[in-house]
Design a protein around this ligand. Structure first.
Ligand code: PLP
Length: 421
């Protein structure tokens, strides 16, 4: 009781002063003062296992020592912190590492655009450039897709609550069924029919924007065949392919880019969240070189030069992506999560595994069950969020380098939470 009263009093300034728009803090109402690896620590020293990881912006865990050391060292040198799009040593080093560790080994010759530091701004850049390059206005998006909260990205987002915040009609977007939507497997055939029928009402889109695993939309994973099929349908019709890898990329599903196993080459790739290494804001739009038709300054932004993020990102690439060992570790952890969640689902028939790698979860037939599980997990000091159209999926997003014992610890807590509800 004493703890509850003091927590309420301590939270008072947030309730009085912070906008109603706040959301995560309502589910996890502690005041966090420390963060190390997979742990968040509140002001009273209580430790919580973090299976939310800043929605994927802390893929290497909190304050990962080699990344933090690089940032601390850089701060001590009085290097530039913010630099618009000026050339800096930190940016040069990042670009070299990104080329050497990520792009060249994968045979990608994409150019790199540093956008404003949010995922949604990089999505906006992709949509704008696709429209400019093709001269067409419509974007093809997919059911349950999530691309951000600014108006262009929001127009390509399915979620009704998010869309209702726009306050104006969200246009120039058509929606098609994502792989498996509604339990059906004919989404690509339907798309082809509508694209090729001059009377279907579907304008030829400039681009299609798609996630390989829909992170907010319910951990829905597209099959490799579906992605290959989609890429081919688009290629044949001159429609550009934008892979939104903001959440599924940077290793989360077991490879640096989530689409790698499909063997496709997107025209545009959007990266954000943990590309900045330590949770520092940074977003990128990668584009095939011939699509780089921007005029200088045509998609500008003050905070495109976050040098601390460049330093952290470079440290992360050099530390974790020099060879395949880190990705293999993510895949092994993903296998553990899958095996354990499937075992739980076998015991509780109203639950089902969904997702890929470390972007996976349990779909609950009853959304209120998912809410109760997340609440019970919080009581066990496990931070675990929900996603999906009705928040019906309990979503596991641990750090990619979480020690195996901590991973099992978190999954044990989740299992106890499920048993409790
Ligand atoms: C797939 C995807 N795209 C875009 C965004 C938007 O990123 P941000 O919240 O940084 O604007 C998100 C955020 O969760 C996302 O998951």
């Amino acid at each position: 009781m004493t703890t509850m009263i003091s927590a309420t009093a301590a939270n008072d300034i947030f309730q009085r002063r912070e906008s109603q728009v706040r959301s995560y803090c309502r589910s996890f109402p502690a005041i966090f003062a420390g963060a190390r690896g997979p742990w968040l620590i509140d002001e009273d020293g209580r430790e919580y296992l973090d299976f939310l990881c800043v929605a994927g912006a802390a893929n290497y865990g909190h304050n990962d020592p080699p990344i933090k050391a690089a940032v601390v060292e850089y701060l001590a040198t009085d290097g530039p912190i913010a630099s618009l799009d000026l050339h800096t040593s930190a940016k040069q080093a990042f670009l070299r590492s990104f080329e050497n560790r990520i792009l060249a080994p994968r045979g990608l010759d994409h150019r790199v655009q540093f956008t404003g530091p949010t995922g949604t701004n990089a999505v906006e850049a992709a949509l704008k450039l696709a429209r400019k390059v093709t001269g067409r206005s419509t974007i093809l998006a997919f059911t349950n897709g999530y691309h951000g909260m600014s108006l262009g990205a929001l127009a390509a987002t399915g979620n009704a609550l998010a869309r209702s915040g726009a306050g104006i009609p969200l246009g120039y977007t058509s929606f098609a069924a994502f792989d498996g939507y509604g339990g059906r497997d004919d989404s690509l055939a339907d798309l082809v029919r509508r694209l090729d029928d001059p009377s279907s009402g579907l304008d030829l889109p400039a681009a299609a924007i798609v996630e390989t695993v829909q992170g907010e939309g319910g951990c829905n994973a597209a099959s490799w065949d579906w992605l290959r099929g989609l890429a081919e349908i688009l290629r044949q019709r001159g429609i550009l392919l934008i892979i939104d890898d903001v959440q599924a990329g940077c290793g989360r599903t077991g490879t640096f880019f989530s689409f790698e196993p499909a063997g496709i080459t997107p025209d545009f790739i959007v990266l954000s969240k943990s590309i900045g290494g330590l949770g520092l804001p940074m977003s990128l739009l990668l584009m095939r070189p011939e699509l780089d038709l921007w005029q200088p300054g045509e998609h500008n932004g003050t905070f495109r030069g976050n040098n601390l993020a460049f330093v952290a990102a470079q440290a992360a690439l050099e530390h974790y992506w020099r060879d395949g060992a880190f990705a293999a570790g993510v895949q092994a952890r993903g296998d553990i999560v899958r095996a354990r969640l499937e075992r739980i689902a076998a015991r509780y028939p109203s639950l089902a595994y969904t997702g890929r790698g470390l972007l996976a979860g349990l779909r609950c037939q009853d959304p209120s069950r998912a809410a109760a599980i997340s609440r019970a997990a919080w009581g066990l000091q496990l931070i675990i969020e929900r996603c999906g159209p009705r928040d019906e999926v309990v979503k596991t997003m641990p750090p990619l380098n979480i020690p195996i014992s901590a991973l099992h610890d978190g999954l044990d807590r989740l299992e106890r939470a499920i048993a409790a509800v």
